[in-house]
Design a protein around this ligand. Sequence first.
Ligand SMILES: *[C@@H]1O[C@H](CO)[C@@H](O)[C@H](O)[C@H]1NC(C)=O
Ligand SMILES: *[C@@H]1O[C@H](CO)[C@@H](O)[C@H](O)[C@H]1NC(C)=O
Ligand SMILES: *[C@@H]1O[C@H](CO)[C@@H](O)[C@H](O)[C@H]1NC(C)=O
Ligand SMILES: *[C@@H]1O[C@H](CO)[C@@H](O)[C@H](O)[C@H]1NC(C)=O
Ligand SMILES: *[C@@H]1O[C@H](CO)[C@@H](O)[C@H](O)[C@H]1NC(C)=O
Ligand SMILES: *[C@@H]1O[C@H](CO)[C@@H](O)[C@H](O)[C@H]1NC(C)=O
Ligand SMILES: *[C@@H]1O[C@H](CO)[C@@H](O)[C@H](O)[C@H]1NC(C)=O
Ligand SMILES: *[C@@H]1O[C@H](CO)[C@@H](O)[C@H](O)[C@H]1NC(C)=O
Ligand SMILES: *[C@@H]1O[C@H](CO)[C@@H](O)[C@H](O)[C@H]1NC(C)=O
Ligand SMILES: *[C@@H]1O[C@H](CO)[C@@H](O)[C@H](O)[C@H]1NC(C)=O
Ligand SMILES: *[C@@H]1O[C@H](CO)[C@@H](O)[C@H](O)[C@H]1NC(C)=O
Ligand SMILES: *[C@@H]1O[C@H](CO)[C@@H](O)[C@H](O)[C@H]1NC(C)=O
Length: 412
Amino acid sequence: MVCFRLSPVPGAGLVLLCLVLGAVSSYALELNLTDSEKATCLYAKWQMNFTIRYETTNKNYKTVTISDFSTATYNGSTCGDHQNGTKIAVRFGSGFSWIVNFTKDGSTYLIDGISFSYNSGDNRTFPDAKDKGILTIHDPVRYRVPLNNIFRCNSLSTLEKDDVTQYYWDVHVQAFVQNGTVSTKEFLCEKDQPSTTVPPVIPTTTRSPTTTPVPKEKPEVGSYSVNNSNGTCLLATMGLQLNITHEKVATIININPNTTDFTGTCHPQAALLRLNSSNIKFLDFVFAVKNGNRFYLKEVNVSLYLVNGSVFSIANNNLSYWDAPLGSSYMCNKEQTVSVSGAFQINTFDLRVQPFNVMEGKYSTAEECSADSDLNFLIPVAVGVALGFLIIVVFISYMIGRRKSRTGYQSV
Ligand SMILES: *[C@@H]1O[C@H](CO)[C@@H](O)[C@H](O)[C@H]1NC(C)=O
Ligand SMILES: *[C@@H]1O[C@H](CO)[C@@H](O)[C@H](O)[C@H]1NC(C)=O
Ligand SMILES: *[C@@H]1O[C@H](CO)[C@@H](O)[C@H](O)[C@H]1NC(C)=O
Ligand SMILES: *[C@@H]1O[C@H](CO)[C@@H](O)[C@H](O)[C@H]1NC(C)=O
Ligand SMILES: *[C@@H]1O[C@H](CO)[C@@H](O)[C@H](O)[C@H]1NC(C)=O
Ligand SMILES: *[C@@H]1O[C@H](CO)[C@@H](O)[C@H](O)[C@H]1NC(C)=O
Ligand SMILES: *[C@@H]1O[C@H](CO)[C@@H](O)[C@H](O)[C@H]1NC(C)=O
Ligand SMILES: *[C@@H]1O[C@H](CO)[C@@H](O)[C@H](O)[C@H]1NC(C)=O
Ligand SMILES: *[C@@H]1O[C@H](CO)[C@@H](O)[C@H](O)[C@H]1NC(C)=O
Ligand SMILES: *[C@@H]1O[C@H](CO)[C@@H](O)[C@H](O)[C@H]1NC(C)=O
Ligand SMILES: *[C@@H]1O[C@H](CO)[C@@H](O)[C@H](O)[C@H]1NC(C)=O
Ligand SMILES: *[C@@H]1O[C@H](CO)[C@@H](O)[C@H](O)[C@H]1NC(C)=O
């Protein structure tokens, strides 16, 4: 039986959680870095282990697990200054090193990349390894945490890259600790968040979160495209406005195409357009083919960074918007709403999309949305009304004429 102290923060009270882990021993790593004034500037406590696969001299593969950290030293860990970035550096066993960087970004800090090195030439850990030498894995993980919050992730996180799988759990870390006091405010990783509670939604813009949302002007229209080896395979032109509702307060965010990146993929039966920016971790539009002859918007996945550092995520893969025949494009100039969930809507302006069968990088003929074609319907209706009116006028004139001529005849 192993007990973890879940709340390492003085003042928050000690919460002891005991787990029956059988024979598996757990070794928690802990680091309390202080600055020149002996005030805590970085605090971390976490558990991890690694599995490494390697090729042996007789062309087999072996996997070793690295879970003994009793020899760990933290030399090289630093809170950072003008020259050096903030990092935790751990050395253990025979030539293992594990380094995680932290960077500050406005009112948040980032857990900004992990690198792990091992020496396959160490023949006790890697008996008969074919290639001997120091190997390093860089994992570009990025967690954004509000300043003065301790990041907590009790759930298991797995990072897999090349031949190394890294496991982390019971993670507590706070970089850029203010006033030497580790915060009692916990910032939970997504997996630790109770699934029923929606994280509080606060606008991601620099505006103060308490200002009431003002009606926004129309978003700027952006042009997005995806290429594959045959050239452009997906085209989209649209102005996008996100509407996030939380506790009856709607937050409107216009997407600025100038500061938005886009990527995507094209397959015969599915196409993806992914947008991202500093506030938008990702906004995915997934298109599908139905009945072999039409396409439609099937899925929207979104993940937004909120000002309080948390992440707002919503996905719906059961949508049915922007429906048009394959080989054509879908167009809607009028404002339209894609309702992804009760809490998340996208308003589109001057929309045109073609996720399949793009020829020579140009849109094919457009099928217009009914909102647009309503306008076009009005023309025949107006012509019809005018014609009807003309017929009535002619008929009335005829009747009057007949009456006049009859009266004239009688008077003679
Ligand atoms: C870290 O070290 C400082 C100074 O030794 C101490 O005051 C503080 O309580 C420690 N913090 C934790 C969380 O152990
Ligand atoms: C490594 O961590 C994983 C995940 O917690 C666990 O299942 C596994 O037993 C651990 N291995 C060792 C040798 O501790
Ligand atoms: C690392 O730090 C320990 C004490 O924390 C010290 O004994 C050791 O010599 C240091 N090692 C190196 C390589 O600086
Ligand atoms: C910090 O940077 C200086 C100069 O670049 C270097 O000499 C020093 O070793 C660094 N300190 C740490 C702890 O990495
Ligand atoms: C950490 O930062 C240093 C420079 O500050 C950089 O050389 C290194 O690649 C970074 N490591 C990771 C894993 O991002
Ligand atoms: C391990 O390596 C050392 C030197 O690198 C060598 O002397 C020794 O024989 C090796 N052991 C095995 C079991 O291969
Ligand atoms: C740190 O101390 C300063 C000055 O005492 C205070 O204004 C600030 O609110 C403190 N910050 C935190 C996070 O406690
Ligand atoms: C490129 O075009 C050729 C011929 O039309 C087709 O066979 C091939 O599958 C296309 N490749 C991709 C990646 O779409
Ligand atoms: C896609 O390819 C076209 C030329 O075929 C090029 O002009 C355009 O910049 C490319 N777009 C992207 C996003 O790479
Ligand atoms: C945002 O969504 C809310 C709730 O669905 C709705 O009442 C409001 O009119 C929407 N605002 C805009 C600008 O679309
Ligand atoms: C985007 O860039 C264009 C041209 O550089 C500029 O006219 C426009 O105002 C910019 N839009 C926004 C929202 O910054
Ligand atoms: C979009 O994501 C890519 C890859 O993750 C990143 O390099 C790029 O900086 C992001 N773009 C913006 C505007 O944040």
